[in-house]
Design a protein around this ligand. Structure first.
Ligand SMILES: Nc1ncnc2c1ncn2[C@@H]1O[C@H](COP(=O)(O)OP(=O)(O)O)[C@@H](O)[C@H]1O
Ligand SMILES: [Mg+2]
Length: 316
């Protein structure tokens, strides 16, 4: 067998988050209000996944589309700072890098997103020669990527033909139509990673049991994330439950699902038992909640191990 250069290639959306904290009130048309602090960080679920997976050890590369602007530099430097290979991120001359303005008010938030170049990533943009140099392909946030969302079947089929294992985290559908051809797509997806609400909408079933019994005919492994309740896994034969690691002082839950995915896939590509993948996912999901934003707790392997031990008494 030829040696693979990359462990995981992530295909997905890229943008920046402009986070305004402690705003005076909700925005009012025609008026100006002030925020007490601001940060500009790497946004987008696929990028948080890639960044955190790389911090956990595996060699990670990214395929996505951005512009040639200042926000593109934020995206690239953040990913490169975490050792993610950005050589296959396409830089469009004509499109801008997207951004989400996050307005944090009291305990809640209002977001406004301009998707920008992420809208334009297409199947034709994927370098299959590059993909074939990886062991695993992860795709995230399909509903936010209209240029490629209708080509997921050929994309995942090709990845399987090239011998990769695959995972999919659909994320939320902002249009709430939940149109995804699961019956044709899931046979090419090794690990399907929705959260509880997404699973119910996607399966069209109001209970887990009904949803699993509908999807199990064509799905392989289904992992359903359920916030502070933990997660459930259908491994092809049985349904198992993974309690959450208790965090009494949650900073925020931004990116918890992406960090869960990162922990799960880290173990999966090492061929560890699925129960171990599930437990590591729950751990990295919980670790995510100990610091601000989606990547705050995932500086490097050492920090993650330290948080695992000190906060969750777990040796990672
Ligand atoms: N408050 C929390 N305490 C501990 N673990 C959490 C908490 N919130 C999320 N997690 C972990 O992170 C995982 C993903 O979070 P979840 O909110 O379900 O996903 P998503 O961000 O995709 O909606 C959960 O399955 C759980 O294991
Ligand atoms: Mg999610």
């Amino acid at each position: 067998m030829t040696e693979k250069k990359t462990d995981v290639i992530v295909i997905g959306e890229l943008n920046v988050d402009i986070i305004l904290n402690e705003i005076d009130s909700l925005p009012v048309i025609g008026k100006e209000i002030m925020a007490k602090s601001m940060s500009v960080t790497l946004g987008s679920s696929s990028a948080i996944f890639a960044s955190n997976l790389s911090a956990l050890g595996p060699r990670v590369a990214f395929i996505g589309k951005i512009g040639k602007d200042n926000f593109a530099e934020v995206v690239l430097s953040s990913l490169e700072g975490k050792n993610v290979d950005t050589s296959h991120i396409i830089r469009s001359e004509s499109l801008s890098t997207g951004a989400t303005i996050v307005l944090n008010y009291n305990q809640d938030r209002a977001n406004v997103t301009y998707p920008g170049a992420m809208n334009d990533l297409k199947l034709e943009d994927i370098d299959f020669g590059f993909l074939s140099g990886a062991r695993h392909m992860h795709f995230a946030n399909c509903f936010m990527q209209p240029g490629i969302r209708h080509d997921l079947i050929p994309l995942f089929r090709k990845a399987k033909e090239l011998g990769l294992t695959t995972s999919l985290d659909t994320q939320w559908d902002p249009e709430e139509k939940w149109e995804l051809p699961l019956e044709e797509l899931l046979p090419y997806v090794d690990i399907f990673l929705p959260n509880m609400a997404e699973f119910k909408f996607l399966s069209g079933c109001s209970t887990i049991e009904a949803g699993i019994s509908k999807l199990k005919k064509f799905a392989r492994i289904i992992v359903i994330k359920n916030g502070s309740e933990g997660a459930l896994m259908w491994d092809g034969n049985d349904l198992s439950e993974q309690p959450a690691f208790i965090n009494d002082t949650v900073v925020d839950c931004v990116g918890a699902g992406d960090s869960f995915d990162a922990g799960f896939i880290k173990d999966f590509i090492q061929n560890l038992p699925l129960k171990s993948c599930l437990e590591t996912g729950a751990l990295t999901g919980a670790i995510n909640t100990t610091r601000a934003g989606g990547t705050g707790a995932f500086e490097n392997q050492e920090t993650v191990r330290k948080i695992a031990l000190e906060r969750f008494n777990y040796k990672l």
